[in-house]
Ligand binder design. Sequence first.
Ligand SMILES: Nc1nc2c(c(=O)[nH]1)N[C@H]1C(S)=C(S)[C@@H](COP(=O)(O)OP(=O)(O)OC[C@H]3O[C@@H](n4cnc5c(=O)[nH]c(N)nc54)[C@H](O)[C@@H]3O)O[C@H]1N2
Ligand SMILES: Nc1nc2c(c(=O)[nH]1)N[C@H]1C(S)=C(S)[C@@H](COP(=O)(O)OP(=O)(O)OC[C@H]3O[C@@H](n4cnc5c(=O)[nH]c(N)nc54)[C@H](O)[C@@H]3O)O[C@H]1N2
Ligand SMILES: [Mo]
Length: 769
Amino acid sequence: MPAKPPAGDPVQDAPTVGEPKHSAVGLPAIGQALRTAQRQMGVRRTALTLLRVNQHGGFDCPGCAWPEPDKPHAAEFCENGAKAVAEEATVRRVTPEFFAAHPVAELAERSGYWLGQQGRLTHPMYLAEGADGYRPISWDQAFDLVAEELRALGTPDEAVFYTSGRTSNEAAFLYQLFAREFGTNNLPDCSNMCHESSGFALTETLGVGKGSVSLEDLHRADLIIVAGQNPGTNHPRMLSALEKAKAGGARIVTVNPLPEAGLERFRNPQTPRGLAGPGTALTDLFLQIRLGGDQALFRMLNKLILARHADGDAAAIDTAFIDEHTHGFEAFAKEADEADWAETLRATGLDRADIERALELVLDSRSIVVCWAMGLTQHKHSVPTIREVVNFLLLRGNVGRPGAGVCPVRGHSNVQGDRTMGIVERPTPTFLAAIEREFGFTPPAAHGLDVVDSIRALRDGRVRVFFAMGGNFVAASPDTQVTEDAMRRARLTVHVSTKLNRSHCVTGARALILPTLGRTERDTQAAGDQFVTVEDSMGIVHTSRGRLRPAGDALLSEPAIVCRLARRVLGERSATPWEEFEADYRLIRDRVSRVIPGFEDFEARVARPGGFALPHGPRDERRFPTATGRANFTTAPVEHPVAPEGRLLLQTLRSHDQYNTTIYGLDDRYRGIAKGRRVVLVHPEDATALGLADGDYADLTSEWTDGTERTAPGFRVVHYPTARGCAAAYYPETNVLVPLDSTADVSNTPTSKSLVVRLTPAARRTGTT
Ligand SMILES: Nc1nc2c(c(=O)[nH]1)N[C@H]1C(S)=C(S)[C@@H](COP(=O)(O)OP(=O)(O)OC[C@H]3O[C@@H](n4cnc5c(=O)[nH]c(N)nc54)[C@H](O)[C@@H]3O)O[C@H]1N2
Ligand SMILES: Nc1nc2c(c(=O)[nH]1)N[C@H]1C(S)=C(S)[C@@H](COP(=O)(O)OP(=O)(O)OC[C@H]3O[C@@H](n4cnc5c(=O)[nH]c(N)nc54)[C@H](O)[C@@H]3O)O[C@H]1N2
Ligand SMILES: [Mo]
């Protein structure tokens, strides 16, 4: 069934296409950042706000999770950070009058872009059963309503509590505490769709599901491999680290089906050479890999390294490290030896000479860091792929010494911290025991539901209440039609949100929108102005303090919302001092310091400029808290996705003008696309073979193994230099194509980066976005 694109917007989606760029940032990016910010905030607020991003004592950028340097630059933000800030600090407002003028059926016809552009939510709003629109409701009544629905459930497991990774440590800790005291581990979060595969692979092999490098390590590396990541758009401040590494003599290998401008050349806006000059060429070797070919690539590199060692190059592998710190080497080496050139070239689409060049760079480099993001995590075989990356690093002792290690680059600004605070559907017995010790109730032990399983449970009527701490669940999740139908079966859906989005328009029988403060805003409670804390992609915990006047007088902070809800729902049965937690966040941090290892003396240590680093066994002392007590080499058959004749593999990715489901604008500057998002990038020869000229329109139909098909209509075909057989289109427009059951083995992450699709010529669409 073709999914109807939302209609009725004033914004035309009419893409125009120019040449892709070959460098990123520079002056145009600064201009772009300021223009977007001023459109949303005006000149004065723009200056006031942007100067506080990522400064000691300022607020943490709500954009990505890239760490701040020890001495932040006066303008430690990037174009896309500025856009993220502007989205939040906008002066536009979505008031009760707005809702009175727009029935929910009308809002459901609007695009995500239009919804997000309306501004900040100002009042708690309620959609009663059968009503055609949201009406204002008091906070007390809203909490009563949630309590009533939660108490009416047969078991606490009929509720799920979703989190998006912007939530602060304090709010996250309280939120999981509330869910567990209520009686469920149903705590799905955006990680389930994001770096879950990294978490599983790293926990099994190294014992810690997080990255093992610091910024300093990147600066000191001899070789940095960036696989499946587009930092020019999604982590622009990472380009500064790569530039610094290059200045220190590092080389960079990029592994990607697309030639991403940011990795080709960086024009650092903080240096004269970057602003006006040519900037720095970053990539030394570009491996234009086919979608899902990375496991085969790293397997072959491992085989070649082992072969060099066998040929007498004693330094090719780090025997001392392997003997002293690892487990499973023999089985791994035996399997690696079986890697086959023909299969490797088929899986990767690379030339043998390219892989051999990569090998020389590897053998020439004492310290290696591998960075990755969604290009590695969102495939069926993502967990074995990342395990193979770990094998590659272990082989030469590239874990737990300066300039070397694993660097999964996180998405949301506090997604890593939320996990540390206990937002996880599979809590460890140790964590649960610590909660019990500290709070005196027995938390549930049975594992809860992740994102995909929550959707299944909603679909099957096993979950009746859906509560979201941030995010845009229906738009971010796979299989849009299935997810939306599932959500409509709920009794109650509740969203704690800053901005209007699609999840407010596709609801259960009753729905609530609870408006909350953003990062940029002052958070005043009974004990005075509060700050919160976050953890970045490299395990540094630091403070975030907003200064702007809140977007409305009625807004509550996320911690306050959880505390009030918990009091209402749990009542007398809870001995937790929710009211005190709301008044003074220091009391929350005090509890965190007693429950979560690494947070001892939290309040004092986080007060230091720049915060503090959490302990990390593998990085700090080559201590590997795995099942074997050592770093584990692992084995797995090599897999790669295959598209049958006449079909392509499709990846769904981000444009330069979006933050996940939040659309900032309709351009993707570095890829040369403007004024539209319904585009599909296809290699010219593949497109021609399918009879599609550049500028033609096509419907995209995904084919799933159970015989079902899903269609997203009306994409402009763009002839683009992507890897052969591979296509790309933007998320979330293409989420309709991702089957709910198409998930990664082990991690259950939707396979958003490898869908088998066919392109059918279509009439030019005059639709809207
Ligand atoms: N401005 C901005 N910043 C963001 C976000 C945003 O939407 N906008 N989102 C945030 C979030 S939550 C996240 S998780 C990160 C996402 O950061 P990224 O992972 O960089 O985001 P994607 O756009 O999904 O890009 C995936 C990249 O991997 C490549 N790729 C795809 N498949 C493969 C493959 O099979 N192999 C290899 N080697 N490469 C592949 C794609 O061509 C693309 O370059 O960014 C965070 N930061
Ligand atoms: N096809 C496909 N699907 C994907 C992906 C992909 O690459 N392809 N990527 C996946 C990934 S990596 C991720 S992380 C998920 C993202 O999934 P989510 O995290 O659920 O989605 P976002 O779009 O980041 O959520 C945006 C909404 O968060 C709310 N918000 C913003 N700031 C705050 C705040 O401070 N507090 C609160 N309470 N609310 C706030 C606003 O209302 C905004 O509309 O999507 C996943 N889905
Ligand atoms: Mo993400």
